[in-house]
Write a protein that binds this ligand. Structure first.
Ligand SMILES: NC(=O)C1=CN([C@@H]2O[C@H](COP(=O)(O)OP(=O)(O)OC[C@H]3O[C@@H](n4cnc5c(N)ncnc54)[C@H](OP(=O)(O)O)[C@@H]3O)[C@@H](O)[C@H]2O)C=CC1
Ligand SMILES: Nc1nc(O)c(N)c(N[C@@H]2O[C@H](COP(=O)(O)O)[C@@H](O)[C@H]2O)n1
Length: 226
């Protein structure tokens, strides 16, 4: 058993399981109440993590939006924002990305040994660099390294490839997903979980439904990963 953070994924998807359109850019799927729920989840986490695909597509800031929640964190002796973590084998994170520009707090970029030295050096100015894995980030090793740095509760906010990579390696404990009232369609639009997938039912990651809650024009499902 790995000594890793309690890890959960939160996402917003259409009724047909898409997390974006075929343009693969950020789209509004949920509403005000759900964004507030996500803000509370961020505020209660030690770190918020995304894959490099999400940074390049959406340029998220991943900050806690509510001033009251940021103050609460500071009163608890924490940084205003949870640590922001990018899983990025080749150190492609732009040094101008919003995660570096917006908000205070720690930033971590997890790279592989194959990351070009010049790009790693540029990112070192902006973030702590953790090297895990030869050609791509070794997610098991990364989880252990994050725990060693005091990250006990880790929130993953996509995207499709990282979600599946983490779940299929059994590194996720819980999943919450907002299912919205729209159909996006199209084989090129990312789904909640992409990656290689499985061939046999017996290989599926099994879940237990823990909670369902109507919200905005959709529903939030919370699953425990078995
Ligand atoms: N609706 C929602 O809630 C959300 C939607 N999105 C959407 O998701 C899409 C982005 O998803 P996607 O393109 O899949 O990108 P991801 O954010 O999932 O990043 C995937 C990348 O992570 C890197 N990576 C490093 N190590 C690993 C590993 N061991 N296993 C797998 N990946 C690894 C890979 O790049 P490399 O090899 O270079 O390291 C890989 O291509 C966008 O369209 C975005 O808008 C994103 C977040 C939330
Ligand atoms: N929970 C949720 N609902 C939606 O409708 C969404 N479009 C998203 N998107 C993701 O949230 C991230 C943006 O974060 P910041 O506002 O920049 O802090 C980004 O990665 C989107 O893909 N999430």
């Amino acid at each position: 058993m790995l000594d890793r953070p309690y890890t959960f994924i939160n996402s917003a998807m259409s009724a047909d399981g898409k997390i974006s359109t075929k343009k693969r850019k950020q789209v509004k799927i949920s509403g005000k109440t759900d964004f507030d729920r996500v803000d509370e989840l961020r505020a209660g986490s030690d770190a918020v993590m995304v894959g490099i695909g999400t940074v390049l597509a959406d340029d998220p800031s991943l900050t806690v939006k509510s001033e009251e929640r940021r103050k609460r964190r500071v009163a608890e002796g924490k940084d205003e924002n949870p640590a922001r973590v990018v899983v990025d084998s080749q150190a492609r994170t732009p040094p101008t990305a919003d995660i570096f520009k917006k908000g205070t707090g720690k930033r971590i970029v997890v790279v592989s040994q194959a990351a070009p030295a010049d790009r790693v050096a540029a990112l070192k100015e902006k973030a702590e660099i953790i090297v895990c894995g030869k050609d791509e980030v070794d997610l098991e090793q990364m989880s252990v390294e994050l725990k060693k740095r005091g990250i006990n509760r880790l929130m993953i906010e996509g995207g499709a490839t990282l979600n599946y990579a983490m779940v299929s390696r059994r590194l996720v404990d819980e999943i919450s997903v907002f299912v919205g009232n729209l159909i996006i369609g199209g084989k090129d639009a990312p789904t909640f979980m992409d990656g290689p997938g499985i061939a046999e039912r017996s290989e599926a990651v099994e879940l237990r439904l823990m909670k369902y809650e109507q919200m905005d024009e959709g529903i939030v499902l919370t699953w425990k990963v078995l």
